[in-house]
Ligand binder design. Structure first.
Ligand SMILES: Cc1cc2nc3c(=O)[nH]c(=O)nc-3n(C[C@H](O)[C@H](O)[C@H](O)COP(=O)(O)OP(=O)(O)OC[C@H]3O[C@@H](n4cnc5c(N)ncnc54)[C@H](O)[C@@H]3O)c2cc1C
Length: 406
């Protein structure tokens, strides 16, 4: 029996998802590469992805992330964790199953705080996978790992707010189907520090919104893109403020909890795939008269990878279990811990798998180089390592606060 019991429905989803990966997703990877290359446009939306989406939907592997039964299967975090891990093994799977960031977080925000109109206009098509969305909080001019620094001005003018400012790294902003942004800015700079911010729903084609450019990641032009966007006198109706003025910071905290752990689950999937590739390659390549796998250092890397993966998986499951049982707020230390541990450990494993692959490891002939580039960004996106460590250290130090004052 597993430490965290797996429910029957979770087990069924795992079996179905593994079959979907083997029969559809992995074979689609090379088709995807061909279609992208033929298009010659990094933000092209390849037909193979729509085929995968249709197949995932047909198999009931759709919106697996959504915790509300009205909109998805209503799985707990603990049930979803192994599924996100499986999807993390291929860069195509999350979008194929309509479970990719930042749409998942945005869908949850719209479910919790959106008006009926938001649900009709944006949430339903997002859940249907016909449109995509982006989340625009980070700004080039200010250190945005402290979200209270965000400066975009949102000034009330009658029954509208007028938005001015510049955002960058809005992931999905270059996606061909991206139709809507959730934007965080400042409505009241004189309010208490965590009440100054608001979040608004803004169509990407609203007058005054200009997507300036895509930001490459280690030279990769990600298909969904990370957009730099200028807002120039963008008028947003008051009804498009989520939850109410001054609630932006609170929503961003609620939004990032599940999103962070989803990233960790997918990181574990990437680490598993890297370990698998490392073992296969180490056994098939021979130097100095013996397979690479017979060298002690390579065995050490393989063993360490297995140990590390088991550790981060257990910590992720613990965080998921706590989110389900005591809530995201109470689970924040574990969420922060795994947000640091999972990408760092997965990066180490991928780096060693690259080494075992020799020169081929840094090319696009294997999925390792791209996986490394993607994972490296996770040490920044959704909060840099240092910010999560700061939160953990604060919790830890709190235990001894009375000793100092005594
Ligand atoms: C690929 C990618 C996708 C992203 N997607 C999105 C998105 O969809 N939407 C969005 O709004 N943002 C997104 N981001 C932005 C990301 O969330 C920010 O880059 C991150 O929060 C850090 O903010 P910053 O870049 O302004 O760095 P800064 O705030 O300038 O911080 C710089 C560095 O300072 C260090 N640091 C910060 N605080 C401390 C501290 N207390 N102690 C020690 N060191 C510290 C950290 O190492 C940090 O990396 C994305 C980023 C990347 C790379």
């Amino acid at each position: 029996m597993s430490l965290f019991e797996v429910t029957e429905r979770a087990r069924q989803y795992q079996t179905q998802l593994l079959d979907f990966m083997d029969s559809q997703v992995y074979p689609a990877e090379s088709v995807y590469d061909e279609q992208m290359q033929a298009a010659g446009d990094p933000h092209f939306h390849p037909p193979v992805l729509e085929e995968l989406k249709a197949e995932a939907r047909r198999r009931g592997l759709w919106n697996l992330f959504h915790p509300h039964p009205e909109w998805g299967p209503g799985l707990t975090n603990l049930e979803y964790a192994p599924l996100a891990e499986i999807m993390g093994r291929s860069h195509l799977a999350s979008e194929a199953c309509n479970c990719s960031a930042p749409d998942t977080g945005n869908m949850e925000v719209l479910t919790l705080f959106g008006t009926d109109e938001h649900k009709e206009r944006y949430l339903k098509p997002l859940l249907d996978g016909t449109i995509r969305s982006a989340f625009a909080m980070t700004e080039p001019q200010v250190a945005s790992s402290d979200a209270t620094n965000v400066e975009m001005s949102m000034v009330r003018d009658g029954d509208h707010y007028v938005l001015n400012g510049r955002k960058w790294f809005a992931s999905n902003g270059m996606h061909r189907n991206c139709k809507v942004l959730i934007v965080m800015g400042k409505t009241d700079p004189s309010a208490p520090v965590h009440r100054q911010q608001s979040m608004m729903v803004v169509p990407i084609d609203a007058p005054g919104v200009t997507v300036i450019r895509n930001l490459p990641v280690f030279g990769y032009q990600d298909r969904e893109g990370h957009a730099e966007i200028v807002f120039n006198d963008v008028r947003v109706p008051v009804s498009d403020v989520l939850k109410g003025e001054g609630e932006g910071f609170a929503i961003s905290q609620a939004r990032l909890g599940p999103g962070r752990i989803h990233h960790c689950m997918r990181s574990i999937g990437m680490a598993e795939r890297a370990l698998e590739l490392m073992c296969r390659r180490a056994q098939s390549r021979v130097t100095f008269g013996k397979p690479l796998s017979e060298n002690a250092n390579i065995q050490d890397w393989i063993a360490e990878a297995r140990i590390d993966i088991e550790m981060i998986r257990l910590l992720t499951l613990k965080a998921a279990y706590l989110m389900d049982t005591v809530g995201n707020k109470e689970a924040r230390t574990e969420i922060a811990a795994i947000k640091v541990a999972a990408p760092n450990i997965a990066l180490k494993i991928i780096d060693r798998a690259i080494q075992v692959h020799g020169g081929g490891g840094v090319t696009d002939d294997f999925p390792l180089a791209m996986a490394w580039a993607h994972l490296r960004t996770l040490r920044l996106a959704d909060g840099p390592d240092e910010v999560h460590k700061r939160a953990i250290a604060k919790q830890e130090l709190r235990k001894y606060r009375n000793e100092v004052s005594a």
